[in-house]
Design a protein around this ligand. Structure first.
Ligand SMILES: Cc1ncc(COP(=O)(O)O)c(C=O)c1O
Length: 337
């Protein structure tokens, strides 16, 4: 990714820790490691994507820090990642969010001095916010001189950034990765990792973790509660051939995955990390003893304190379900699904 020496904040993006989890699934008799992307300075895997897209645009001359205005649609981690990198390079950034964006994310965007545009109404036809946000981005790009739209859904620098993510895993484990569990949203992380795996002929099975209700793998669209993984429109970066198996995880199972991780490993993980964890636990019968499994955890749980980690929210949303992670924690049951 880096075509020049990086310094300051960009230099500390990536190089995230790999944590050996000894307590999550001892019955697997396999090594389980987590690539903890929350350790990026902006708190998520999207710091890598934001930096790669902007560096390329600056290096190619498409973006000029004096005049350009970056415009992007994101209600979450990419927005924060771009806001951080734009601040570093002195770029104006307009972030198009929607009425579902959390107060915490709005506060973060504003703290980095991003200009926030809120889309209040979902798309009339689909009832989804994403098409409405993308429409607003097009209007802003057309109306703003020197606007630059990174478009994470189609930008090749999104997956390119994650070749490095996989290279870090590969080098840390001397190429010994039997299973990689990775969540999908734009398909950027999975695509970059899978392309690296193919190019380096690694013997790694790629397990794509999607949300129930997401259309990425041609399932029927349905409402989803947790942001991050899953999509209501199939992203142009999608390539089903790069995935060996797909696991669809429900919102409830993602919550149980998060709560189980917290209970067993004291790791406060985000919703898609819980989904990836639930996918591993649900997949246990197909993992031969002695395997090495790596889970990419895209962000931390601090952005989910009002949902995944709020007992009232969990009760109001799913009913009395705490036995699911308590049983999982004593080894008597895996998360459902
Ligand atoms: C928390 C979280 N998990 C998973 C994903 C999906 O990653 P990708 O867009 O690389 O497919 C995202 C993307 O924004 C995310 O924010």
């Amino acid at each position: 990714m880096a075509r020049r020496a990086l310094e300051g904040l960009p230099r500390i993006i990536g190089g995230t820790p790999l944590i050996d989890l000894k307590r999550l699934a001892p019955d697997l008799r396999s090594r389980v490691l987590v690539k903890a992307e929350r350790s990026n300075p902006g708190g998520s895997v999207k710091d890598r994507t934001a930096l790669a897209m902007l560096l390329d645009a600056i290096d190619s001359g498409e973006v000029d820090p004096e005049h350009s205005v970056v415009v992007e649609s994101s209600s979450g981690n990419l927005g924060v990642g771009l806001a951080q990198v734009c601040r570093y390079f002195g770029l104006r950034f307009v972030c198009v969010v929607d009425a579902k964006t959390t107060t915490r994310n709005l506060q973060l965007l504003r703290a980095y001095r991003a200009e926030v545009e809120v889309v209040e109404q979902p798309d009339a036809e689909s009832g989804e916010f994403l098409p409405a946000r993308l429409r607003r981005v097009s209007e802003l790009v057309a109306a703003t001189p020197a606007a630059y739209w990174p478009n994470q859904y189609a930008n090749p620098n999104n997956p390119r950034a994650h070749r490095r993510t996989m290279r870090e895993i590969d080098r840390a484990l001397d190429g010994r990765v039997d299973f990689l569990f990775v969540s999908v949203g734009t398909f950027g992380t999975l695509r970059g990792c899978a392309e690296y795996i193919r190019e380096h002929a690694l013997n790694t099975r790629v397990i794509g973790v999607d949300a129930v209700g997401s259309v990425i793998f041609d399932q029927p669209r349905a409402p989803r509660l947790l942001p991050g993984h899953g999509a209501s429109i199939r992203p142009p970066l999608t390539d089903h051939a790069l995935v060996d198996e797909v696991v669809h995880v429900s919102d409830l199972d993602a919550v149980v995955g998060c709560r189980t991780l917290l209970q067993r490993e004291a790791i406060l993980a985000g919703g898609s990390s819980g989904a990836v964890t639930a996918a591993l636990l649900g997949h246990r019968d197909r993992i031969p003893e002695g395997s090495t499994c790596v889970l990419i955890h895209p962000d931390g749980g601090d952005r989910y304190l009002d949902t995944v980690y709020d007992d009232d929210w969990v009760f109001d949303t799913f009913g009395e379900v705490s036995h699911l992670w308590k049983e999982a924690a004593t080894g008597s049951a895996a998360p459902t699904g």
